[in-house]
Design a protein around this ligand. Structure first.
Ligand SMILES: Nc1ncnc2c1ncn2[C@@H]1O[C@H](COP(=O)(O)OP(=O)(O)OP(=O)(O)O)[C@@H](O)[C@H]1O
Ligand SMILES: O=c1ccn([C@@H]2O[C@H](COP(=O)(O)O)[C@@H](O)[C@H]2O)c(=O)[nH]1
Ligand SMILES: [Mg+2]
Length: 236
């Protein structure tokens, strides 16, 4: 089971710990983890987490390529959209709010999404994560760093022409409430206004890998493969 507490020595600075101590929820999860480890309840973490953010507009092929990355490189796939749809299906307290937000092509409050991602990471046996469709805004990005306390190692950007994205989404046929022309237009606008700044942020920090997301699924994966192959030795 992945525990962020176990990566303290390698990825969290002492100043981060001091900041974290002032945030009750995070501190609780840290201290609980430490106490459990001291009691031998959970195994100490053996590997540092390796985090990939998978970004791109609606229908750019993020989910499709994530399946291939999982098959080939053994990552855990956490789709933020799927986690939110699961909340709707489970009729949780946030379900109705999430449904309305998705129908409107808007972005769910960061705290809600980050908590869902955090829970999945903590439950996972894996240390290699593909976080698909997140962060969608600068605020999402900052929240993730603040709550989870780590930055991504790699950020993939599936760069796809709008016309192609619209065509793919309208043909998807999975019964999604947001796969209609009206919502797609809103999602594309949100992507341009809110998500591109996140992509630029990671580009400036040398973490961005841009994939030309046109062609067959296999052709696109041949652009993705060498990125993870290059990390395989070090990541495990
Ligand atoms: N290279 C491709 N060529 C044609 N169709 C594709 C390609 N890749 C994916 N698709 C199809 O396009 C649709 C959208 O793909 P996918 O669900 O992977 O996109 P996504 O980026 O995850 O979208 P969203 O952000 O809306 O979840 C799916 O029906 C998928 O099968
Ligand atoms: O981090 C996120 C991820 C998704 N959303 C909302 O869900 C839909 C669908 O997401 P997909 O990644 O396309 O499955 C998206 O349009 C947003 O409304 C979100 O708010 N935050
Ligand atoms: Mg998807």
């Amino acid at each position: 089971m992945w525990r962020r507490v176990a990566s303290l020595s390698s990825s969290i600075s002492s100043s981060f710990l001091a900041q974290t101590a002032s945030r009750l929820n995070t501190w609780e999860s840290l201290t609980t983890g430490i106490a459990q480890q001291a009691k031998g309840v959970i195994a100490p973490k053996e590997k540092t987490p390796f985090i990939t953010f998978v970004l791109g507009g609606p229908g750019s092929g993020k989910g499709t390529q994530c399946i291939k990355i999982v098959e080939t490189f053994g990552f855990a796939h956490l789709s933020a959209g799927d986690l939110l749809r699961r909340e709707i299906a489970s009729k949780s307290a946030d379900g109705a709010m999430i449904l309305n937000t998705i129908k409107e092509g808007k972005i769910v409050p960061s705290q809600v999404t980050v908590k869902l991602i955090q829970k999945e990471m903590e439950l996972s046996d894996n240390h290699k994560f593909l976080i698909d469709g997140f962060p969608r805004t600068e605020e999402n990005r900052v929240s993730f760093e603040r709550i989870i306390g780590v930055e991504p190692n790699v950020v993939l950007f599936f760069d796809c022409p709008e016309e192609e994205m619209v065509k793919r989404v309208l043909n998807r046929n999975e019964g999604r409430v947001d796969d209609n022309l009206e919502t797609i237009k809103k999602r594309l606008t949100a992507f341009q206004a809110l998500s591109l700044p996140v992509i630029n942020y990671y580009s400036e920090r040398g973490k961005l890998y841009t994939i030309k997301a046109i062609g067959t699924e296999d052709e696109i994966f041949e652009q993705v493969r060498p990125i993870f192959a290059a990390f395989e030795q070090t990541v495990g």
